[in-house]
Write a protein that binds this ligand. Structure first.
Ligand code: BDP
Length: 691
């Protein structure tokens, strides 16, 4: 096994393990491509799991799995009333006196497909199939992958090979991978995909490319997946020679309307645009002294007649270097609250900086009442060791989603903000920067598949626990003994914290090497803009380290609601893991543990490296329980992770010691090499770099 089948392997099961259905019946008057997919999925899954065909019943028999949707004119309409959402479903075991069967019901065929995938998940996790009583609806409307894929096949921050979109051969050759991609997404409820990089190329908006995009949309449609594109703000100039891209210019507005109409001719259910504007060199409305709302609204007006949306990113760098990088998005966007059209979502990264191993939540969550704020997570592990480091991101996302913004007394966690509950938004969305590439195993490593899986599951239900998601994924991905499952679960659940420990403990952040973001570079202080430099974020001197974001410093804390502000401002109550994010303290500052900051920091680095060593030895114990190819790859990757965790620790400690002049606490090993050695390392052609 090479991992191609992801969590959809449908491993052979013990025939006694469950009350498998005797057959299935489609209670439908009409047919649709989605219904065909449903039959195929069921048949191939049961063939794989049981070794025998799941026969199709044309009437109810004992043990029938019955599938019904309002859309396909199922006869069981009254049973389907419990389903509220178009994408929701019910799964119910009905054990009558003589006859027992299971109903999967939905309003739409897509809902039914989701129900079928859930049912198969129940089978894989050995649930009692005679006692199912499930009612599901997605909490978030737009559950969207963001591919940072360029038209030349390169993936920005992609660590699993080239782009899966073979632009050159499309539309005449449509790789079967696209169908498998759609299946995998649908199986976890992902219903949208932005095909192109946020650092956008206008070429994708030309007819030659729209034809390719339309062909992909045709593949994805029966799986409930809409296609979106990134819109380069200067496209009217680049494609049609307009003199300006000013959103107030009527020719520009007209250009976008015509372009949007053209897109809808190719793709009638086109989802809309994702836009990165006035950030890292991308063009945008500020080039014409217009604000983000004006820019977003122009595009929103263009797609509105066809039901499209605009996802306008809040990851911005203002032209003026601010006193604190993490304050910019809030400062630029909050004054615009209420000015965006109804079909605009502001898309914000989970933290105010940039997908670091740990950040506090972004203050835009809760900061904008009138605008739906969409959460952007990063599946591709740009700052968490690329694809070779095992870091299950479920716990990180759970931490974000569960954080109470305190902007209201109740229902104000980030999950509540994002799913629209807190401020009663009609539109809600969540985006995941994809980790998918052309590698056979899709994500670059087997464990990175879990991040794709977890993203989908949390997008569907942001209140799920990351450990239950990991358990589901393990059940479907490996065939392990109970003890083996426990081992893998504990490896996964501790893995992100291990990365934080060996890379950026105690609220440190943004310490990576320049450009490729591979490996440590805390010493870097010579880049063009102050806020591109690691030094800017830690400001270590002989006496102190950390970024003061309290009132005596940048006061970034003022962007949070009072309870959070109070908790994080106060040295007594700020959690250790955000200490240096919000505070500047002495190396001898006494931590809650009684250790000094320095001792505690070293302890974290050591703990991080030890945790990876522990994962290695745990994995060794699973030899024989896991198929050879996947076992070996994971084993080798853990070897890389251990080497690199040690590199992070050693290089970081060598640097801190050169600044603070302190000795390592007793029992802690000296860095293997000198600071100069670490500084001199270079990595041309590291994967995923911007080109
Ligand atoms: C940074 C990445 C850069 C992206 C940017 C973004 O390094 O490649 O273009 O985020 O999100 O983290 O726009």
């Amino acid at each position: 096994e090479d991992g191609y089948e992801l969590w959809l392997r449908h491993a052979r099961m013990d025939p006694e393990a469950a009350a498998f259905p005797t057959g299935f019946m489609l209670d439908c008057e009409t047919n649709s491509p989605t219904l065909n997919i449903i039959s195929d999925e069921l048949q191939s899954a049961f063939m794989a799991m049981t070794g025998s065909e799941l026969v199709r019943h044309d009437k109810l028999e004992d043990g029938t799995l019955i599938l019904s949707s309002t859309q396909c004119s199922g006869s069981l309409q009254s049973d389907l009333e419990a389903v509220e959402s178009d994408e929701g479903y019910i799964i119910r075991s009905e054990n009558g006196e003589e006859i027992g069967h299971t109903l999967i019901g939905a309003k739409t065929d897509i809902g039914l497909l989701y129900g079928v995938f859930d049912y198969l998940r129940q089978v894989a996790s050995e649930a009692d199939l005679t006692k199912l009583d499930i009612t599901q609806a997605p909490a978030i409307d737009l559950r969207v992958l963001n591919h940072w894929d360029d038209l030349n096949g390169h993936v920005e921050r992609g660590f699993s090979g080239e782009s899966i979109w073979d632009w050159f051969r499309m539309p005449d050759y449509m790789s079967p991978r696209y169908t498998d991609y759609a299946r995998a997404n649908a199986s976890v409820g992902i219903n949208g995909t932005v095909l192109t990089n946020v650092n956008a190329d206008a070429t994708v908006l030309t007819p030659r490319y729209l034809e390719k995009v339309a062909a992909l949309a045709d593949v994805f449609r029966p799986y409930g997946i809409k296609v979106y594109l990134t819109a380069r703000f200067s496209a009217p100039m680049e494609l049609d020679g307009l003199e300006t891209a000013d959103p107030r210019n009527s020719d520009v507005q007209e250009w976008w309307k015509t372009k949007a109409d053209e897109i809808y001719e190719y793709i009638p259910d086109f989802g809309g645009f994702l836009v990165k504007a006035n950030s890292e060199g991308q063009p945008g409305p500020q080039d014409y002294d217009r604000d983000h709302a004006e820019g977003a609204n122009m595009l929103a007006d263009a797609v509105a007649p066809n039901g499209g949306v605009v996802m306008w990113r809040a990851f911005v760098y203002s032209a003026e270097e601010p006193d604190d990088r993490v304050k910019q998005a809030y400062d630029e966007f909050v004054p615009l609250d209420g000015k965006f059209r109804d079909n605009v979502l502001v898309q914000s990264k989970n933290g105010p900086l940039d997908f670091q191993p740990r950040e506090p939540i972004h203050p835009l969550f809760g900061g904008m009442e009138k605008t739906p704020v969409m959460l952007e997570l990063q599946l591709t592990k740009e700052y968490l060791g690329f694809s070779t480091h095992l870091a299950y991101l479920g716990p990180m996302w759970e931490e974000v989603l569960d954080t109470d913004t305190h902007v209201k007394k109740e229902d104000a966690s980030v999950a509540d903000i994002v799913d629209g509950k807190t401020f009663n938004h009609k539109l809600s969305g969540i985006a995941g920067v994809a980790n998918i590439g052309r590698d056979r195993n899709w994500a670059g490593s087997i464990f990175d598949q879990a991040n794709w899986y977890a993203f989908g599951r949390l997008a569907w239900n942001p209140k799920l626990s990351s450990s239950s998601i990991a358990e589901e994924w393990i059940d479907q991905t490996f065939d392990l003994s109970n003890a083996g499952e426990e081992t893998v679960l504990s490896m996964m659940m501790g893995s992100r914290e291990a990365v934080v420990d060996y890379m950026t403990p105690l609220g440190l952040t943004h310490l990576m090497g320049t450009g490729h973001h591979y490996g440590p570079g805390p010493w870097v202080d010579d880049l063009g803009r102050a806020d591109w430099n690691p030094y800017y974020y830690h400001r270590a001197t002989a006496d102190e380290i950390g970024f003061d974001r309290t009132k005596t410093g940048s006061n970034a804390l003022a962007q949070y609601a009072k309870p959070l502000r109070k908790k994080w401002s106060n040295l007594e109550t700020v959690p250790d893991n955000l200490l240096l994010w919000f505070h500047r303290v002495g190396w001898d500052y006494e931590m809650k543990s009684g250790l000094t900051l320095w001792q505690e920091m070293v302890r974290h680095y050591d703990r991080g490296v030890d945790a990876v060593a522990k994962m290695q030895s745990d994995w060794l114990n699973l030899e024989g329980e896991i198929d050879a190819e996947r076992y070996q790859q994971i084993s080798d990757f853990l070897g890389i992770q251990h080497k690199e965790a040690k590199w992070w620790r050693d290089a970081s400690l060598a640097y801190w010691m050169s600044i603070n002049g302190l000795e390592l606490p007793e029992g802690s090993a000296q860095p293997e090499h000198s600071l100069e050695y670490y500084k001199a390392l270079s990595f041309p052609f590291a994967p995923g770099q911007t080109q």
